[in-house]
Design a protein around this ligand. Structure first.
Ligand SMILES: Cc1cc2nc3c(=O)[nH]c(=O)nc-3n(C[C@H](O)[C@H](O)[C@H](O)COP(=O)(O)OP(=O)(O)OC[C@H]3O[C@@H](n4cnc5c(N)ncnc54)[C@H](O)[C@@H]3O)c2cc1C
Length: 383
């Protein structure tokens, strides 16, 4: 049976130096009034913030210099990510590009795609979305039906995607589509393509979430034409690539810091003299958060070594999402007030209202709890 490959090591000096540097950048952004700390940090789209973060050298940290990157370690990127989220910075315009699409194009994209796209990602000028889920294919990605058919040196894509976060604002999607038959293990015949959202043949239709917010969408392809050079990986290799990409998607601090602002508001609201119950429960949450940060940093170390830590990433996401789901429930017991979306001047109530509505999505996006536990069990050789 395989075991988990987590290790507890202190962060290197270069990571702590990066922490100090990104704090200076974030303080200056706040002082200039460029953003208001917000709990939906990594989905809030702000092209100006991403451009300034890129210019300051905080995007494309692990990318090669040849493509505009900074050749730093995954641990440096981990620390910068943690600080951006803790500050509630609006990272949505570079989040997916920097976290997963860029690294995926670097490893498996054509040279033309790398040269055209990676430097723009590193400058914070290029936003990506994830085109995996379809109406009858969310957990079961092997059932993807959107089809690409060869047409000379191009491919023609027809079909649709759903729940595509920020599809109405991004420049590209990295989409998983069917180019052949599934084969006996159902994992064959899938291929990833870079979809230019400005090209003809793509239509985006909004879906409003429970709080009335427009974040995700349906995306339709009608004879959408994409050249061979925008294929990522080889034809039919999409399943392996998506599995690899999900290891990047699932292990970062974004998987347990979604309600960090609520935790901050809770501590402020409780004040310097907590009762015993408040002290114990708050201490427990901070201890869990500290353990999760250690686990997530450990996955960043594995990624630095070129390992694809799919099982560890799934564990970080599962434990992290359980934590994120619990925070609003515990907060309500510690300070029993009515959650609200419109409680002006009452940041705790307002944060509680927002997080309570969004929390159910934490254990859905990026893979559901049941699916992650299946991945972990399979990885450990238990099924
Ligand atoms: C906020 C948010 C943002 C999202 N953004 C994106 C995005 O940008 N791009 C994108 O492609 N997708 C996105 N998604 C979609 C997300 O990845 C899917 O919702 C998720 O993978 C589940 O798929 P589904 O909704 O089709 O549910 P289903 O797969 O139909 O699952 C329904 C239920 O059945 C359970 N289930 C399914 N299969 C199994 C199994 N084998 N064993 C046990 N239980 C099972 C699931 O756990 C779940 O509880 C987003 C979702 C949310 C909530």
């Amino acid at each position: 049976m395989q075991s988990f490959r987590f290790s507890a090591e202190p962060l290197p000096a270069e990571a702590e130096a990066a922490r100090a540097a990104v704090r200076v950048f974030l303080d200056a952004e706040l002082a200039a009034g460029h953003f208001v700390p917000h709990r939906t940090s990594w989905t809030t789209f702000d092209a100006g913030f991403s451009r300034r973060a890129g210019a300051a050298g905080f995007i494309g940290l692990t990318m090669p210099a040849a493509y505009g990157g900074h050749e730093r370690s995954g641990l440096v990127r981990f620390v910068v990510t943690e600080e951006m989220l803790a500050a509630g910075a609006p990272c949505g315009a570079h989040w997916i590009s920097d976290r997963q699409s860029g690294p995926q194009i670097l490893r498996h994209g054509s040279e033309a795609a790398k040269r055209a796209i990676l430097p723009r990602i590193c400058r914070g000028e290029c936003a990506f979305g994830i085109g995996m889920s379809e109406p009858n294919s969310g957990s079961d990605l092997a059932a993807v039906r959107t089809r690409a058919a060869r047409d000379g040196d191009d491919w023609l894509i027809n079909g649709s995607k759903i729940w595509t976060t920020n599809a109405h604002q991004v420049d590209y999607l990295l989409a998983l589509v069917r180019t052949g038959e599934p084969g006996p293990d159902r994992h064959g015949g899938l291929t990833q393509f870079i979809i230019d959202m400005a090209a003809p043949g793509v239509t985006v239709r909004p879906i409003l979430d429970l709080s009335g917010h427009h974040e995700f969408n349906e995306v339709f392809f009608t004879d959408y034409r994409v050249p061979d050079a925008m294929m990522v990986g080889a034809e039919g290799e999409g399943w392996g690539l998506v599995t690899e990409e999900l290891a990047f998607e699932r292990s970062g601090p974004d998987r347990f810091l979604s309600d960090y602002r609520l935790l901050v508001e809770l501590v402020d609201r409780i004040g310097p003299e907590p009762d015993r119950f408040q002290a114990v429960e708050t201490g427990r949450m901070v201890a869990q958060l500290t353990a999760l940060l250690g686990m997530s940093a450990s996955v960043a170390r594995l990624l630095d070594k070129g390992v694809v830590p799919g099982v560890e990433a799934a564990l970080v996401k599962d434990v992290g999402n359980s934590f994120e789901r619990a925070v609003p429930e515990i907060a309500r017991r510690l300070v029993p007030v009515e959650p609200s979306l419109t409680a002006q001047g009452e940041p705790f109530r307002e944060a509680l209202g927002g997080v309570t509505l969004r929390a159910p999505s934490f254990t859905l996006r990026g893979g559901t709890r049941e699916v992650l536990r299946g991945v972990i069990a399979r990885g450990l050789g238990l099924r």
